[in-house]
Design a protein around this ligand. Structure first.
Ligand code: ITT
Length: 206
């Protein structure tokens, strides 16, 4: 990512490069985004919360305490499937097992839903914004849709090949990234985050 004079520096508390790519596309050139992929000596953060919001706050505060001069954002997100009582939910990344691959998680979900007529689901995302170890705000976004019977498409990550957003016939992995970003749980949350920053900048100028 190139430095941009006047851009706001943000540290995204993630090692998931798919998330970083989406955030960079969504935030655009007014922000300089860095993630944790080049930080090799950080302690493991235990996501012990019971909700997306709690886990986003845990991640953002833990990283902010290590980088107190940075504006830190964290994304906790996942897929909630209605007929599975909201699973995999906060366990989306580790549904099949600890450190599961996307393929294993998708296989497990399709197996759990085998023959199920009720396939509605939603992606949810909560972003926590933290400075100096203190929570400033959390912002949520979600998108409703349904789960396919088999994976389709190569774009995106995670459960994208089996999720068809409402109003579409293609999966998130078949849609161009711009289309996903315009309607996704993360796209909505980041749009709200940008509005938050713009309002804060305007009132700081007054
Ligand atoms: P960090 O905690 O380092 O940010 P992570 O991948 O472990 O990375 P989460 O705990 O928030 O992050 O788990 C998110 C999981 O939910 C992710 O690994 C996917 O399986 C799924 N997920 C979230 N957003 C998604 C999206 O836009 N498309 C497909 N799957 C998504």
């Amino acid at each position: 990512m190139t430095a941009n004079l006047g851009a706001m520096d943000l540290l995204l508390a993630t090692r998931n490069q798919h998330k970083t790519r989406e955030f960079a596309q969504l935030l655009g050139p007014n922000f300089t985004l860095r993630d944790l992929t080049s930080e090799h000596d950080l302690p493991e953060i235990q996501e012990t919360g019971r909700t997306f919001e709690e886990n986003a706050v845990i991640k953002a505060i833990a990283i902010s305490k290590i980088f107190p001069d940075q504006i830190v954002i964290a994304d906790d997100s996942g897929l909630e499937v209605k007929s599975l009582g909201g699973a995999p939910g906060i366990f989306s990344a580790r549904y099949a097992e600890e450190n599961a691959s996307d393929r294993r998680n998708v296989e497990k979900l399709l197996c759990e839903l085998q023959g199920a007529p009720e396939r509605s689901a939603r992606f949810r995302c909560v972003i926590a914004l933290v400075k100096n170890g203190e929570l400033i705000t959390t912002i949520a976004g979600e998108i409703a849709g349904k789960i396919t019977k088999s994976p389709r498409g190569e774009n995106g990550f995670g459960y994208d090949p089996i999720f068809i957003p409402e109003g579409f016939e293609e999966t998130f992995a078949e849609l161009p990234s711009d289309t996903k970003n315009a309607i996704s749980h993360r796209g909505k949350a980041v749009a709200e985050l940008v509005r938050y920053f713009n309002t804060a900048r305007r009132s700081a100028r007054k």
